[in-house]
Design a binder for this molecule. Sequence first.
Ligand SMILES: Nc1ncnc2c1ncn2[C@@H]1O[C@H](COP(=O)(O)OP(=O)(O)OP(=O)(O)O)[C@@H](O)[C@H]1O
Length: 315
Amino acid sequence: MIQTIDLCKEYDGFKAVDNLNLQVEKGDIYGFLGPNGAGKTTTIMMLLGIIPPTSGKIYLLGEELKEGNIDVKRRIGVVSENQYFYKEMTAQEYLEFFAELYEVPNAQKRIDTLMEAVGLQGDKNKKLGAYSKGMQQKLAFVRALLHDPELLILDEPVANLDPTSIKQIRDLIEEENRAGRTVFISSHLLSEVEKLCKKVAIINKGKLLAEDTMDNIKRKLSDAMHLQVELDREATELQPVLQSFPWVRSVSIENNRLEIALSTDRDYRLELSKTIFEKGFFILSMTLKEMSLEEAFITITQHNISLLTRGEAQQ
Ligand SMILES: Nc1ncnc2c1ncn2[C@@H]1O[C@H](COP(=O)(O)OP(=O)(O)OP(=O)(O)O)[C@@H](O)[C@H]1O
């Protein structure tokens, strides 16, 4: 659906996007993540043909993106961070205008269905000048979906929205994805990306650090498996025993409860259980503390850059 090959964008010798190779498959909900200045907007502008790459290639829907290739753009829906609206038009008029432009069949039915889905049906005769930022954002979604695009490209799609609206948009994205649309989302809101995306790419300083499933990314970003273990009795004597293993990152023991962090190069839970048992203890419970993407990746630090790239180096 989207493929970039060695995509580069330079500004006066500065590499805003540096040899980027992305692969978005049909049916993906694909998250495109990175800190401020990472190169996300520059990449999207190139995908949309708004700015030309310095070098490299872009394939959209199987076709190479070239200047004047209008056909492929008709098959894409876009919601960008900044929307420009004609303030004097009502939402209904605005959507009719686009429906005509894109020759949408049964346009009014499609407009009503989508406006209902984002909770704007009651406001469709309001002028756009009276729309709040959040309402404008939702309207941009409706416009992007109006012509039934195969691919949706969303740049910070929920930036101006309150929690209820975020939920409406998330449900809509999921529904449209189930209906066969591929979705590419660039966002800072990691918790949103986590809820929606099946696959994620992380970029920093124009370079791709990782492109993988959400689970694998989380595993890479968290350099330890955090466990809470409950034993049958007081266990402070286990502290030096457990600490002596290279795969135990840290351990703290309070009465019969252990908080333990294990290395993630493989699953050490069986070794841990055996060791505890051999020392004469019984495990009453063992709970894995799942780390959210947000926790694991609040900012891209030097440390987690090395975690993300370490896996690639070993492969
Ligand atoms: N027109 C331009 N001229 C020079 N440098 C630019 C230009 N546009 C972007 N850059 C630089 O390219 C880098 C990537 O910017 P870009 O806007 O793509 O990042 P981003 O990941 O979208 O960031 P944000 O999350 O803050 O929107 C930044 O260092 C930025 O200063």
